[in-house]
Design a protein around this ligand. Structure first.
Ligand code: SME
Length: 205
């Protein structure tokens, strides 16, 4: 099957069935590949393209998902030009920022500060708290960083590496934005968390 066909979505799926379908397609795409750039690039494309094909479930067709991608802890990511971050003027240390990774959608902010006193916004919240942030109205989220003024709702899930006998490590976050208020619900949260877990375990970091 051509790779692009993995983003085809059968008609009539519920959200739960939709996420199960995307999970299955992504498992096949990641099989045999452990490079994180390759896998995150294909994951963002697959989820974004599939969501657009499924857009009636996220409001009307004009208010679909508008961004889908990853921010990665800079300690996993060479970053020679770290000068400013969205959450503050100076970057105290490369380990205190998330850097823009593979994504689909319009251009977005490059750095997100996650240093203890400077962290702000939805991605920083998910990373620091190690907990999914389901945000029905971005205007109501303290410190929300508006990469696109048209975004109305958002969900961000931490990418956590689980290793037997070792502490969990958060390597970054998976971020989805929507042009509709309340675009994501608890079914999306469960689906996005499973996708994030699949991607985190499928890569070498
Ligand atoms: N809104 C995010 C920033 C990333 S963009 O949405 C792509 C935040 O508040 O962290």
């Amino acid at each position: 099957m051509p790779h692009a066909d993995s983003a085809l979505v059968p008609p009539g799926l519920s959200k739960v069935e939709f996420w199960a379908h995307v999970y299955e397609q992504l498992s096949a795409l990641l099989d045999g590949q452990r490079n994180w750039v390759v896998n995150l690039a294909n994951a963002s494309s697959l989820v974004y393209s599939s969501l657009l094909a499924f857009s009636p479930h996220f409001g009307d067709g004009d208010r679909a998902v508008n961004w889908c991608g990853f921010y990665i802890d800079s300690k996993f990511y060479p970053a020679p030009r770290l000068t400013t971050a969205a959450g503050g003027a100076d970057v105290p240390s490369p380990s205190h920022v998330l850097l823009l990774g593979p994504f689909c959608g319009k251009p977005a902010c490059q750095l997100i500060n996650v240093a203890p006193e400077r962290a702000r916004g939805v991605c920083a919240g998910a990373f620091v708290q190690q907990k999914t942030q389901l945000v029905p109205d971005v205007e109501a989220y303290p410190g929300h960083i508006a990469c696109d003024g048209e975004t109305k709702s958002e969900i961000v899930c931490p990418l956590v590496i689980r290793q037997d006998g070792k502490e969990d490590v958060v390597v970054g976050v998976f971020d989805l934005d929507c042009l509709a208020l309340g675009g994501f619900n608890e079914d999306d949260k469960a689906g996005v968390e499973k996708i994030a877990d699949l991607v985190a375990q499928a890569c070498d970091w």
